[in-house]
Design a protein around this ligand. Structure first.
Ligand SMILES: Nc1ncnc2c1ncn2[C@@H]1O[C@H](COP(=O)(O)OP(=O)(O)OP(=O)(O)O)[C@@H](O)[C@H]1O
Length: 871
């Protein structure tokens, strides 16, 4: 080590503090990477890896580099590949007499802290999420550094905390260091996968430190004032985020000025699988946005509106007052098409103010960003004018809360040219008239250039050399060029500088004097422009809170207008949302199936669920009839109503729901090492534990993942439990293929049977898609299998087996009908009896199945004994 060059020593020292990051080590106009970092970076970035003797001991060190001026895309690519990048610059060392000698890390870019990569999709947040597992609660905090959106909550279980992770979908998760080995990350590898896990020292989570951190950052007297309230675990999760920010972002993070604390009870609780099953954000099949509820409703015209809509859909409200406030606003926008379109058009040119604000605050905004901010602000007065007559409380509040930010608009308009260049250091950014010294320098530069043109004419006249040129290059500055044939005519005051093949170059004292003035002015212009730009950017950054508030209001307005637009186009109606206990929907439709499945007209259906006679609705019907679609549609209508959206129905009255649980189909979670059946049972257990009479439960064929007898028994018992247990007597839709369950209605008075009607025609089944009262008589599984293209031979044999099963399994003489032919020497299987036969029926069937003529006396005696025991 002692033989290393000083530079390498410095590199290794810095690297020791950032072992998990690729170090971008500034050397002149390049960022260099060494050793393992170089090997990794050259592979990911596909750039040349070289080696050089920097070790001083003869050892070659691998290295690669990227130009300083165009480093951003390389950094973005590394971060995209899941790496952290520590940017190390030369900084002035106050202790050093010579000036710049020190290098230090000025910023660490991590996947969760990306603010301006192309990979940031406009309508998605890029969250850094922090988990703090306390003894009985979990703190969850998440921040989008690019927008300043910062939220905190607490959950009462690890599952609920991971449900937040699934919903928030962060790129990076912060956890206490003690969880590195086999801790929380390994608890849910499926959710941890694909996200960077970063660990924070335990002491950061110390209550006192956390409180101090939060107070200092938000400049408030207590954590309570910062919005953390009494969330002790939440506070610690927040502190970890702030600590991590301090470690990675050396710059100002003023735009992170507001922490939004929420309690899960303030929202309709949706667990992870319900969000997935209802396809709120993405489809189950291909994980795409198209085909999801969000995909359908997202007609927002701004990126911030898109992000807010996602927030609304994932966190529907439970406050009737707030829901109706949103619905009033949507109604006003639905009713007046001109108003709605006007608002949407006014918002259409508004840029992503949240991200612009983030970049401005983090001093990475370009002049173009400031111009974009101004272009957005310019649109606000006409938007306010449009909103002036708005009557609904929410629209009026938004209108009154939008800050025109006229001072910011004026400053940018006065200071920055309308179409500035991308590169800040090229000049041409600051508008004429903004700064007198700059104007003066510019006129010197202009005049200087004019002087040089005049000088050329003057020298031509003085020397009589018509081909004489005044030119400029970086080495000599301005010079006079005379071709060889004219050399005899040059005056005495010309000083030779360079001889070329055909010409010679000269300077004169007068030319040099002007040159100094012009070039000096130009250098100073670039410097001054940059300083002025930084000053403007800082002054705008100081207004970050105001910009953030206005951005939030514009986003809300955008969401309301988008919901209204969809409602208008798809003929949705305003639901009545109240405290009643009933969900009554007439002519309900599945919003997405209706919109996307154009090959079949959507058949609307009614539903009534309440805590009385219609608490538990058992839905039977063939496969493919539309049971799942119907149940999901009910859940989506409730969810949309509580989001503040109109709903796809002729009429809907929704008694507000506290939770929606869905247990739909088989969702394997092999990554978690659990079987399909296990997951199904765990989800069912969670429902029975957490449902309340105000909840909506959707159960689709539970118990299907095991043997028929076990399955039907579990399904039956679960249904009974949901009916009989007061604590969790939720409004329940229960689809099943076990027709036996329809019997529940006989003994339980809050059970209703429904089925999805079909028509039989020529041994074919025609789906009517209509939900009607009563249980289904048939499964029609075989007909559906035929539709799916099973070979005719298999279909015929299945029918035969079905017939036999229905008629009893044995032919006369005890020959089993299902297996073709007799099994030699095998003991006779006992006849499979219906689960729900009464004891007498068993006896009767056993006797009916006897072929007396074929029995030996001993067999007859044994059977008699068996029958006696049965009695
Ligand atoms: N009301 C409806 N109107 C029009 N098409 C519908 C309707 N309901 C369902 N469909 C169509 O029928 C298809 C099958 O519906 P769904 O999956 O809900 O049936 P299912 O009864 O749950 O079937 P399985 O028991 O096999 O799961 C859907 O993909 C949808 O396109």
């Amino acid at each position: 080590m002692s033989e290393l060059t000083p530079m390498m020593r410095q590199y290794l020292e810095i690297k020791a503090d950032h072992p998990d990051a690729i170090l971008f080590f500034r050397l002149g106009d390049f960022y260099e990477m060494f050793l393992d970092d170089a090997v990794k970076a050259s592979r990911i970035l596909d750039i040349t890896l070289t080696s050089r003797n920097k070790g001083g001991d003869g050892a070659d060190i691998p290295l690669c580099g990227v130009p300083f001026h165009s480093a951003a895309p390389y950094i973005a690519k590394l971060v995209e590949a899941g790496e952290k990048v520590a940017i190390c610059e030369q900084v002035e060392d106050p202790k050093s007499v010579k000036g710049i000698v020190k290098r230090e890390v000025v910023k660490v870019v991590t996947p969760g802290l990306v603010i301006d990569a192309e990979s940031l999709s406009p309508k998605e947040n890029n969250y850094l999420l922090s988990l703090f597992p306390g003894p009985d609660r979990w703190g969850v905090a998440y921040l989008d550094l690019s927008t300043g959106d910062f939220r905190v909550t607490e959950t009462d279980s690890a599952d609920a905390a991971w449900a937040e992770v699934a919903c928030v979908n962060p790129r990076e998760i912060l956890m206490p260091l003690s969880f590195r080995d086999g801790g929380a990350g390994s608890e849910r590898p499926d959710l941890a996968a694909g996200r960077m896990l970063s660990y924070v020292d335990e002491w950061v989570y110390d209550a006192e430190y956390a409180e101090r951190m939060v107070r200092n950052h938000f400049g408030v007297a207590s954590a309570e004032a910062a919005g953390c309230g009494s969330m002790d675990c939440g506070l610690r999760a927040v502190a970890a985020v702030l600590h991590y920010l301090q470690q990675t972002q050396k710059g100002d993070v003023r735009h992170i000025s507001y922490l939004q604390a929420y309690r899960t009870q303030e929202f309709l609780v949706l667990d992870e699988s319900s969000r997935r099953n209802l396809e709120l954000n993405a489809t189950i099949g291909d994980g795409k946005r198209r085909g999801s509820l969000l995909g359908l409703l997202d007609r927002t015209v701004t990126a911030m509106g898109g992000r807010k809509l996602k927030q609304w859909i994932n966190y529907p409200l439970v406050s009737i007052e707030k829901i109706n406030e949103r619905l009033d606003a949507v109604e006003e926008l639905v009713a007046d098409a001109e108003f709605r379109q006007g608002v949407r058009a006014a918002l259409d040119g508004v840029y992503d103010l949240e991200r612009l604000n983030g970049r401005i605050s983090l001093a990475s905004a370009s002049a173009k960003d400031l111009v974009a901010l101004r272009a957005s602000l310019v649109r606000l007065p006409s938007l306010i004018a449009l909103l002036t007559p708005a009557a609904s409380t929410l629209l009026a509040r938004l209108r009154d809360g939008i800050d025109l930010l006229a001072d910011v608009e004026e400053l940018i308009g006065r200071g920055i040219v309308p179409d500035p260049p991308f590169v800040l250091r090229e000049g041409g950014i600051i508008a004429q008239g903004y700064h007198s010294e700059l104007d003066e320098l510019r006129s010197i530069s202009r005049e200087g250039k004019g002087f040089i043109a005049r000088l050329e004419a003057q020298e031509k006249a003085r020397t009589g050399i018509s081909s004489l040129k005044v030119r400029y290059n970086k080495v000599f500055g301005y010079y006079i060029e005379v071709t060889k044939s004219n050399l005899s005519a040059i005056p005495d005051d010309y000083i030779r500088r360079q001889t070329l093949a055909n010409a010679e170059r000269f300077i004169t004292p007068e030319l040099k004097e002007y040159e100094e003035k012009v070039l000096g002015a130009e250098d100073r212009i670039v410097e001054l422009e940059y300083a002025l730009f930084q000053d403007i950017r800082q002054r705008v950054a100081a207004q970050g809170e105001r910009i953030a508030r206005t951005a939030d209001r514009l986003a809300t307005l955008d969401v309301l207008a988008a919901l209204a637009d969809v409602a208008h186009d798809h003929r949705y109606v305003r639901p009545t949302v109240d405290e009643g206990d009933a969900i009554v929907v007439t002519g309900g439709r599945h919003p997405v199936v209706e919109a996307l499945n154009r090959s079949e007209r959507f058949v609307a259906n009614d539903v009534q669920l309440d805590n009385g006679e219609n608490q538990l609705v058992i839905i039977t019907g063939p496969n493919m009839a539309g049971k799942s679609t119907f149940m999901r549609q009910v859940a989506l209508i409730v969810l949309m109503a509580q989001t503040g959206s109109f709903v796809p129905a002729d009429e809907a009255s929704i008694g507000v729901v506290d939770r929606i649980f869905t247990r739909v189909g088989a969702s394997d979670n092999l990554a978690r090492g659990q079987s399909t059946f296990m997951v199904e049972m765990m989800e069912t257990a969670a429902i029975l534990r957490n449902a309340t009479p105000r909840s909506l439960v959707v159960l689709d064929e539970i118990g299907r993942g095991t043997s028929t007898f076990d399955g039907v028994s579990i399904a039956w018992a679960v249904a009974e439990y949901l009916h009989d247990t007061e604590r969790c007597a939720a409004k329940t839709l229960f689809a099943t293929h076990y027709h036996e369950l329809t019997e529940l209605a006989v003994t339980r008075n809050r059970v209703k049977n429904c089925n999805v009607a079909v028509k039989e025609w020529n041994d074919q089944v025609i789906f009517l898609r209509k939900i009607v009262e009563g249980g289904a008589s048939h499964s029609y599984g075989i007909q559906v299998a035929r539709l799916a293209g099973l070979p005719q031979e298999v279909i015929e044999r299945a029918k035969e087996i079905l017939h036999n099963l229905e008629k009893g399994e044995y032919a006369e003489g005890g020959i089993p009908r299902i297996a073709r032919g007799k099994r030699a020497g095998a003991p006779k299987p006992s006849p499979q009896l219906s689960l729900f036969d009464q004891g007498d029926d068993l006896l009767r069937r056993r006797i009916a199945g006897l072929n007396i003529a074929a029995l030996t006396p001993l067999e007859a005696l044994n059977i008699l004994d068996e029958l006696k025991r049965m009695v």
